[in-house]
Ligand binder design. Structure first.
Ligand code: FES
Length: 105
């Protein structure tokens, strides 16, 4: 089962093959920043992949368009959307401030 590590917090959790980064975080009880709820619109979920880029699926048109519009022309080169990037076959390390335990009040 692939493992995701999130910097700078150092949080680690497992992902089912084919999970998005955000879905894997939610399944493990962690919040992943979002304002559109995972619809590839807001880019709030954007993350820098530090290691294991080869273990994420290829970027789709919707993800590419959202990153170009939200993060500029170089956005797709530097970021992946946590709500769209799916994990396949190996571990991934990302940088995403704001990922943490889901707080229930
Ligand atoms: S959560 Fe809005 S683009 Fe991913």
């Amino acid at each position: 089962m692939p493992k995701i590590r999130v910097e700078p917090s150092g949080i680690e959790f497992a992902a089912n093959d084919g999970d998005t980064l955000m879905d894997a975080a939610h399944e493990a009880g962690y919040y992943w920043p979002t304002t559109c709820g995972g619809q590839a619109i807001c880019t709030t979920c954007a993350t820098v992949v530090i290691e294991g880029r080869e273990h994420l699926d290829d970027m789709g048109r919707g993800e590419r368009r959202a990153l170009e519009e939200g993060r500029g022309p170089a956005g797709p080169k530097h970021f992946r959307l946590g709500c769209q990037a799916r994990v396949h076959g190996g571990d991934v390390v990302v940088r995403k401030p704001g990922v943490g335990p889901i707080k229930i009040s």
